[in-house]
Design a binder for this molecule. Structure first.
Ligand SMILES: [Zn+2]
Length: 348
C-alpha cells in the first residue's frame, strides 16, 4: 500500500490499474524515497469538529520553572511533532538539518502532533518560546513595545505573547507584570478518522529583530510539551524558530554557515525532532560511505525538484550529524554534486 495516497485514491487506482507492489518496484533499495511527512499532506484537520467535546474548565497549571529544559523526551505515548518541510508554496521554510523554521510575522504555520496508545485522560499541549542561548535561557520571551501596543483584537494579557494559536480553546498563561514565563496551552484533541495527527495553526507576532524588551536579535526555540491537567509532562519536542522578513534567504545563510563549519548545528544538543532522526536513519547503514546513483523517472518538473531537494536535505542531515564525530567528506562531496544536478526531460 502506498503511504502517500489517500484511501480513496488507493481504491481508485486498485480498481483501475490493478495492484502494484511498491516493494517490488523499489527492488533492493530498502529505503523510502518519500519522507514520511508527505503522507500527512492531506490530513488538514478541521478543529471545530471535536472542540465542543472538551471540557473548557480543565487546564494545566502555569509554568513556574526559571529555566526550562529543552531535552527532548518522546515519553510513554511516543509524542511526535511534525513539520512539513517540502511545501513549495508555503510562506515559511523549514531546514531539516537545523530543525529550524523560518517565517515572517503573522504567517499561520501548521504543526502536526501525534501520540500512540493514547491514555484515557485528557492531554494538553503547551507551547513555550525560550531563548536558545544558555546565557539567556532564564529570561522570558516577551514582545517589543511597538507590537505590544499595536491595535489588536485580543484580551490584554494575550498582548504580551509572541506565539498565538488559532485554536479557540487556547489558554494564554503567565503574566508579564509578575515576570512569569509565557506559554499557550491547548487541549490535545482526538485526531479525525483516517489520520493519526492533530494539526494546530500557530503564528508569531514579533520578529527576532524586535528591540528590547523584545527578542533583540536573540535566537529562540519553541518547546512543545505534552501534559496532563496537573502539568505532569509526558513528552517534549523542540523546534528552532526564526521570525524574519526574508525566511528563504536566512535559511540559506544559516545552512551555508553550518555546512562550512562556522556554526555548530543548532546550539546545544539533542535538537533533532523525531522525524529528522527517522529521515536520517533511512539511509540504513551508518557506516556505509559508498556513493550510489539512482535514476528515477518522475512526472512534473516540480516533483523532480522535490526529489532533488529531498536528496539534498538527506545528505545535509548526515553532514550535520557527523560534524564532530564522523567522516563527512563523502557526504559533502555528494552534497556539492546534488547542488549542480540537472533535471532533464526523459527521451521517450
Ligand atoms: Zn515586536
Amino acid at each position: 500500500m502506498s503511504d502517500i495516497l489517500s484511501p480513496e485514491d488507493q481504491h481508485y487506482l486498485l480498481n483501475n490499474l490493478g495492484p502494484i507492489n511498491v516493494d517490488e518496484v523499489a527492488g533492493n533499495f530498502n529505503y523510502n524515497l518519500f519522507p514520511e511527512e508527505v503522507e500527512q499532506e492531506n490530513d488538514f484537520l478541521i478543529i471545530e469538529d471535536y472542540k465542543c467535546e472538551i471540557d473548557k474548565t480543565i487546564t494545566p497549571a502555569p509554568v513556574t520553572e526559571n529555566v526550562l529544559t529543552n531535552e527532548e523526551y518522546t515519553g510513554p505515548y511516543n509524542f511526535e511533532v511534525l513539520i512539513d518541510p517540502y511545501g513549495s508554496k508555503n510562506a515559511w521554510v523549514y531546514s531539516v538539518p537545523l530543525n529550524k523554521v523560518y517565517m515572517n510575522m503573522k504567517i499561520p504555520f501548521p504543526v502536526d502532533f501525534r501520540v500512540h496508545d493514547r491514555p484515557d485522560f485528557p492531554l494538553y499541549i503547551r507551547t513555550t518560546p525560550v531563548y536558545s542561548a544558555p546565557q539567556f535561557a532564564h529570561e522570558n520571551v516577551y514582545r517589543c513595545i511597538n507590537h505590544e501596543f499595536a491595535p489588536e483584537d485580543v484580551q490584554n494579557h494575550v498582548r504580551h505573547h509572541i506565539i498565538r494559536c488559532n485554536n479557540r480553546l487556547a489558554e494564554y498563561e503567565g503574566e508579564k507584570s509578575r515576570n512569569e514565563r509565557l506559554s499557550v496551552v491547548i487541549p490535545f484533541a482526538m485526531p479525525q478518522t483516517g489520520t493519526e495527527n492533530v494539526r494546530e495553526m500557530f503564528e508569531f507576532v514579533c520578529k527576532n529583530s524586535c528591540p528590547v524588551p523584545g527578542m533583540n536579535r536573540r535566537s529562540i526555540e519553541v518547546i512543545f510539551t505534552l501534559e496532563d491537567m496537573s502539568r505532569k509532562i509526558y513528552g517534549r519536542k523542540v523546534l528552532n524558530v526564526r521570525v524574519c522578513s526574508c525566511p528563504k534567504r536566512d535559511k540559506e545563510k544559516d545552512e551555508k554557515e553550518c555546512f562550512s563549519g562556522n556554526l555548530n548545528p543548532p546550539q546545544g544538543k539533542k535538537r533533532k525532532m523525531e522525524k529528522q532522526d527517522k529521515k536520517v536513519l533511512m539511509s540504513s547503514d551508518h557506516h556505509e560511505l559508498k556513493e550510489y546513483s539512482v535514476t528515477i523517472p518522475v512526472v512534473g518538473k516540480q516533483n523532480a525538484q522535490q526529489l532533488v531537494k529531498y536528496a539534498h536535505d538527506l545528505m545535509a542531515g548526515e553532514v550535520v550529524k557527523r560534524l564532530n564525530t564522523g567522516n563527512v567528506v563523502p557526504f559533502r562531496k555528494c552534497l556539492s554534486k546534488i547542488n549542480t544536478v540537472n533535471i532533464r526531460e526523459s527521451q521517450n
